[in-house]
Design a protein around this ligand. Structure first.
Ligand SMILES: [Zn+2]
Ligand SMILES: [Zn+2]
Length: 108
């Protein structure tokens, strides 16, 4: 503990260090050292570890709903195109041979 008492804060030289950051091995005062995930880290290391943790979680929480939405839009587009094709087809189907030939067959 004497080693820590002799040290000064990395950011505030006049202040006495109360903690040592286990990440960067520098000494910090009460204000600069913060508890993070059960450890006393300096603000720099907390920012660094939280940024690394955010980068590690590559799929964001809204990734799955977004992909579901994309699938729904894709499905909707598929049905939309199918509907458009069905809308265009009947005029040719009903006025063509398919509807006309049975009527002609009944005529003497
Ligand atoms: Zn640190
Ligand atoms: Zn400090």
């Amino acid at each position: 503990m004497n080693a820590v008492r002799d040290r000064r804060c990395f950011h505030h030289p006049p202040r006495e260090a109360v903690a040592r950051c286990p990440e960067c091995r520098r000494f910090f005062c009460r204000e600069c050292a913060m508890e993070h995930a059960g450890r006393l880290l300096c603000a720099d290391c907390i920012a660094r570890t939280s940024a690394a943790g955010a980068a590690l979680r590559s799929p964001p929480p809204w990734g799955l709903p977004l992909r579901l939405l994309g699938g729904l839009v894709g499905l909707w587009f598929l049905f939309y195109v199918f509907g458009r094709v069905l809308l265009v087809l009947p005029t040719a189907f009903h006025e063509g041979d398919l509807a006309a030939s049975p009527m002609e067959a009944f005529e003497p």
